[in-house]
Write a protein that binds this ligand. Structure first.
Ligand code: CP
Ligand code: NVA
Length: 312
């Protein structure tokens, strides 16, 4: 849904819901909003607006960044867990979407099946944001891209390496490579690569490589994630064995470009996907990356509110 057709409601379910130009503008705006925030400027375009946040999985960063962002914008956010709502007792997602979107101005959902956010969006009167599904984590990519651009300038033409699971984060990196024109190298254990259909669709910008070392060689950004995502806890032991050769260490970063950055969406498991010392390495920018969830999502919410004028 890249084109803004008159009357068509814009959502943010994957990065592909924005055009390359919109993404560039959104990231530039995130950097601007961050600077304003640091200068102590009060900017409150959302007075009286309410964001609903449905969390079917745990969260620290996503919840806090959306809630703080809404408060800073003069609005408010409501945390909705299936345990306390009728969603947990089987009220259909379509009915929940119809009801919630009559009372809220925007909805963020973190859930399992990507199809759930699509169905919610289909029945919603207000913009819907994907706060993570099994298949995509586009809000995290906004923060990662903002962090790279802030510290290193444009990402176009750079080499980005994804080392680890071909999971939701990896899929969103594939979309980002397409939209912003960087080369994405993916090193995953056999059987844990991203979906072959997605790889075929984006073969112009994303390719599989044989090892972590092949991925790291000359890279400008190296990113990874947990070996077992939320919902895969029972695979933890098998995954620990299969992913062991893919641990990121300072030595691996030494193979990359001199100005390489290391990112991890967090939470991280020291001694598993990263060595115990990696986050203390000056090339790791994970704390800036985490902070940028706040600024990037404020830019996203402002973008969606402007792209959907007078929608309730
Ligand atoms: N990176 C991320 O989405 O963190 P949370 O799970 O804490 O929201
Ligand atoms: N891939 C991880 C990301 C957590 C922010 C998960 O889905 O659990």
């Amino acid at each position: 849904m890249q084109q803004s057709h008159a009357g068509e409601l814009r959502h943010f379910l994957t990065l592909m819901d924005v055009s390359p130009e919109e993404l560039q503008q959104l990231l530039a705006r995130a950097i601007e909003l961050k600077a304003q925030h640091y200068q102590g400027e009060h900017y409150q375009p959302f007075v009286g607006k309410v964001l609903g946040m449905i969390f079917e999985k745990s969260s620290t960063r996503t919840r806090i960044s959306f809630e703080a962002g809404m408060s800073q914008f003069g609005g408010s956010a409501i945390f909705l867990s299936p345990r306390d709502t009728q969603l947990g007792r089987g009220e259909p997602i379509e009915d929940s979407a119809r009801v919630m979107s009559r009372m809220l101005d925007m909805v963020m959902i973190r859930t399992y099946a990507h199809e759930t956010v699509e169905r919610f969006a289909q029945y919603s009167r207000v913009p819907v944001i994907n706060g993570l599904t099994d298949d995509h984590h586009p809000c995290q990519l906004l923060a990662d891209l903002q962090t790279f651009i802030e510290q290193r300038g444009p990402i176009q033409g750079k080499v980005v390496s994804w080392i680890g699971d071909g999971n939701n984060m990896c899929n969103s990196y594939i979309h980002a490579a397409h939209l912003l024109g960087f080369e994405l190298r993916i090193a995953s254990p056999y059987g844990f690569e991203p979906d072959p259909e997605l790889m075929a669709e984006f073969s112009h910008c994303a390719k599989l490589v044989k090892s972590s070392e092949d991925a790291a060689e000359g890279a400008h950004l190296i990113a990874t994630d947990v070996w077992a995502s939320m919902g895969q806890e029972n695979e933890q032991n098998t995954r620990k064995r299969r992913f062991a050769p893919y641990q990121i260490t300072p030595r691996l970063l030494d193979l990359a470009s001199d100005d390489v950055l290391f990112m991890h969406c967090l939470p991280a498991h020291r001694g598993e996907e990263i060595s115990v010392d990696l986050l203390d390495d000056s090339r790791a920018v994970v704390w800036d990356e985490a902070e940028n969830r706040l600024h990037a999502q404020k830019a996203l919410m402002e973008f969606l509110m402007q792209a959907n004028p007078n929608r309730r």
